[in-house]
Design a protein around this ligand. Structure first.
Ligand code: GLY
Ligand code: MN
Ligand code: MN
Length: 442
């Protein structure tokens, strides 16, 4: 593990600190998901469970208890060692080794879960869980609670307060430690190299999935075994489909290729987008739109520092895009009126960015007001994407030369004490640098 086990211990301690006296918290691991018949998708651990444990097996449970004196205890329940299952499906850590490796106070195999959890629930006043993560888990919690309640006549008491603790965990996850940032920097380096590889290997006539294969090779070969989300490899007008993942079509001369792809490393996501010409040279019209998106992206990134918010970055991006679209004749009218009407949203149809971390769209409150402005003030350790775009579909009522152009440029940026650090600089984004890179070896 790139993150030391003591950091996971400290996260559990931090969570316990925030629990009420005499309370219990229960978290479930992720489930294996069937792809078809008896084959499964690659396992992805539940991110909250992973954040608190580092433990990467399904069918596990973490229980945190805070007693009336404020002392905390962590318990992991996990699958037992099983030679037959392990021969077929892979090694299991087992309860004994899990206690030592992941530094829990105690561990049990799952056969003891009912009796132990019911005992731990008795006489606690509050129970913390995350609802709706997994239907079976919610039902299991209520089953345990009703079993505790059935002992009320014998003097048992069940927690009377159920607390959904997703926001407690979200706040913890939102501010990254330096070890987390090191992993995310590395995930970005690997992903940036994958984008460079895509630029180098791209040729007219190739298929989108062939470029996807180059990217995924670079991820996996360097330790990011899986993409953090479905990679988008969208040639020409396909870039105007925001979540295009078919990646099935041929790449045409004089068209752009938009790639939105990031690897997942030790559970942490990178999320980078680059848009470049399939044949290595931007057309004049592509250059105009590209430079506008790039100017907006750079202006908003340059404004990042503690205290600034997404709302303020959005204002900057709207100013740049509105002015530029007016100059190109794609928008017409009075600048102030267009700003007030948020007219550029016709072509910039998604948000400017989002928190990034264990989830690609990571957890954390944005402090959204009634005008839908995201007012959360940035703090050091928050990491976000900045991803303006312009999308002009083939049927748009604009000069023909702009039709079918879809451009997004996305970097991953962390807030520091004095400003920001951009993790995604390993892949070029100026017109000159992209054209120079693509000209190498051609
Ligand atoms: N790749 C998903 C996003 O950019 O939000
Ligand atoms: Mn993206
Ligand atoms: Mn993104």
């Amino acid at each position: 593990m790139l993150i030391d086990v003591q950091e996971f211990v400290a996260r559990r301690a931090c969570f316990i600190d925030q629990m009420e006296l005499n309370s219990i918290a229960i978290f479930c691991a992720g489930e294996e998901v069937t792809r078809s018949n008896d084959t499964e998708f690659p396992f992805c651990q539940n991110k909250n469970f992973f954040y608190l444990t580092g433990f990467n097996e399904p069918e596990a449970l973490l229980v945190l208890v805070k007693n009336a004196l404020g002392q905390g205890q962590s318990t992991l329940f996990c699958r037992d060692k099983d030679p037959l299952q392990e021969v077929w499906h892979g090694r299991r850590v087992g309860a004994e080794l899990a206690k030592e490796t992941y530094a829990f106070d105690q561990t049990f195999t799952l056969e003891h879960v009912d009796e132990e959890v019911i005992e731990m629930l008795k006489h606690k006043s509050s129970l913390y869980t995350i609802h709706n993560e997994n239907d079976g888990f919610d039902a299991q919690i209520f089953d345990w609670l009703s079993q505790v309640k059935s002992g009320v006549k014998a003097g048992d008491k069940a927690p009377s307060q159920l607390i959904d603790c997703s926001s407690m965990l979200a706040e913890m996850r939102l501010i990254k430690s330096s070890a987390e940032l090191d992993v995310m920097r590395k995930a970005n380096d690997i992903s940036a190299n994958a984008h460079v590889r895509a630029m180098r290997s791209c040729k007219v006539g190739m298929f989108e999935y062939q470029i996807e294969a180059e990217i995924h090779h670079e991820f996996a070969f360097n330790g990011a075994r899986h993409p953090a989300y479905g990679s988008i490899v969208a040639g020409g007008d396909n870039a105007n489909i925001l979540h295009y993942t078919d990646n099935s079509e041929a790449l045409n001369d004089n068209e752009l290729l938009l790639i939105d792809a990031g690897g997942e490393l030790e559970g942490y996501a990178a999320d980078i987008t680059r848009t470049f010409p399939v044949n290595g040279k931007f057309t004049p019209a592509q250059k105009e739109i590209y430079q506008l998106v790039l100017d907006a992206q750079i202006a908003s990134i340059d404004a990042i520092k503690p205290g600034v918010s997404f709302a303020e970055l959005n204002d900057i991006v709207h100013q740049v895009l509105t002015k530029g679209l007016l100059e190109l004749g794609i928008l017409t009218g009075d600048f102030d009126t267009l700003m007030e009407e948020k007219a550029c949203k016709k072509y910039f149809i998604h948000g400017l960015g989002h928190w990034l971390g264990l989830d690609v769209h990571d957890v954390g409150d944005y402090d959204i007001d009634e005008d839908r402005r995201q007012n959360r003030a940035f703090e050091p350790g928050m990491i976000m994407t900045i991803e303006p775009g312009l999308y002009i579909p083939l049927d748009a009522e604009v000069d023909e030369k702009y039709r079918g152009i879809g451009i997004r440029i996305e970097d991953n940026v962390v807030v520091t004490e004095t400003g920001f650090e951009n993790f995604s600089l390993g892949v070029p984004k100026t017109i000159e640098a992209i054209e120079a890179l693509m000209a190498e070896g051609k």
